[in-house]
Design a protein around this ligand. Structure first.
Ligand SMILES: [Zn+2]
Length: 102
């Protein structure tokens, strides 16, 4: 495997340095030559994969909370909302008792 070399001084040791660059929205991490300081590359300071993992965990936690909340609301709605009254049915008239003729 080829050993990376600094394009400026041919140094083979590199280091990371957080840099605030004018106009950049966030701090960048510069890979620079440990001997002369020439930049060899730039990384995003924040690890996007790690940030996505954290966000995914937060979304999962929110999903669980939302499910619990939805269930609690369903229980409350069921306890407070009365079903609509069914229309009254007319009861059939009780049969009239007729005295039997003797
Ligand atoms: Zn160098």
């Amino acid at each position: 495997m080829a050993i990376p070399k600094c394009p400026h001084c041919a140094g083979t040791q590199f280091e990371l340095q957080d840099e605030t660059i004018v106009g950049a929205a966030f701090t960048l991490t510069v890979i620079r030559c440990a001997s002369c300081g020439a930049p060899a590359g730039v990384l995003e300071n924040q690890n996007v994969s790690q940030a996505l993992t954290v966000q995914s965990e937060k979304i999962s936690a929110l999903h669980g909370l939302l499910s619990d909340l939805q269930q609690q609301v369903s229980v409350l709605v069921a306890a407070t909302v009365k079903p609509p009254k069914a229309p009254r049915e007319k009861k059939p008239a009780a049969p009239k008792l007729v005295a039997a003729k003797a």
